[in-house]
Design a protein around this ligand. Structure first.
Ligand SMILES: [Zn+2]
Length: 282
């Protein structure tokens, strides 16, 4: 009987410890100002993201084989980072154009790896739309949504000792490798919450206008995606990024509130530039 109590007691202590660790680990986000409960460090997020790249390439046919188009996507992404408050975040952002010309999608891995498929790029017609997609993804990274998700799945604590230790990014034993594989799988199948999407839309709006893009690009992108249904199937983008109609309405409110006298003329759409660079190469 007493042994059972001891075991229960130990079990309870472990549970309390895990909960204290979850609730006690609060950090303030340098861009959003939000207080977050995340155990893994930004450096560990970067390592996790890099560990997941190969699988993304495998699922989407690798990179699109045109250097100037890759460079253009990267240039638009870097312009967004360098000229907005996203530059305050500690992540080494990298932008990739995937060869996949069937799946209409864009996504981000924790730590700054951002992807758009050729299928999605080919449906756009302005640089502001491309900037809208990339800045929304930058929002997911900066707001650390994947790391928050891992913390909620109780993977955060387990990962702390596995990923991104000073000397090696490789797990030392089978158990650590299994935890890492589980985390990568969580990241690759992650479905963001409605609140995460709305936060990324707000951040996407902010980074776009700070970098000089017309925020209407983000609204247009949502419309393009909502109308790109094939049969009853919504584009892949909305299975990972839900609620298009609602989000369009909220975005329009944000724009109207920020620019009650209309969007300033200096915020660019970049239709000609996009057409010159992208159209001949797709
Ligand atoms: Zn999203």
């Amino acid at each position: 009987m007493s042994r059972l109590f001891i075991r229960l007691g130990i079990g309870l202590l472990f549970t309390i410890f895990a909960l204290l660790n979850y609730w006690g680990n609060v950090s303030e986000n340098v861009v959003t100002g939000e207080k977050q409960r995340i155990q893994i460090s930004p450096r560990q997020e970067v390592v996790l993201g890099i560990q997941s790249i190969e699988q993304i390439f495998r699922q989407h046919g690798g990179l699109y084989p045109n250097r100037s188009l890759q460079a253009y996507v990267a240039r638009v992404g870097e312009n967004l980072i360098d000229n907005s408050s996203a530059s305050k975040s500690p992540y080494p952002f990298k932008f990739h154009l995937l060869r996949d010309n069937i799946t209409i999608n864009a996504f981000a891995l924790p730590g700054g790896q951002i992807f758009i498929t050729t299928a999605l790029l080919s449906r756009l017609n302005s640089e502001a739309q491309l900037a809208g997609i990339l800045s929304h993804q930058i929002g997911h990274v900066v707001a650390r949504h994947a790391a928050e998700h891992l913390a909620k799945q109780q993977l955060g604590i387990a990962l702390v000792n596995v990923v991104g230790l000073a000397t090696s990014d490789r797990p030392k034993n089978g158990r650590q490798a299994a935890i890492l594989a589980q985390a990568v799988n969580e990241i690759l199948t992650l479905k963001y919450s409605r609140d995460d999407e709305l936060e990324s839309d707000r951040l996407g709006f902010r980074f776009m206008v700070e970098a000089g893009y017309n925020p209407i690009g983000l609204v247009e992108v949502m419309n393009i995606l909502a109308s790109a249904r094939s049969g009853s199937q919504l584009p892949e983008f909305f299975s990972t990024h839900p609620n298009p109609k609602n989000r369009i309405a909220i975005l329009k409110q944000i724009i109207a509130k920020n620019y009650p006298r209309g969007i300033p003329a200096e915020l660019e759409e970049g239709v000609e530039r996009f057409d010159e660079i992208v159209s001949p190469r797709l």
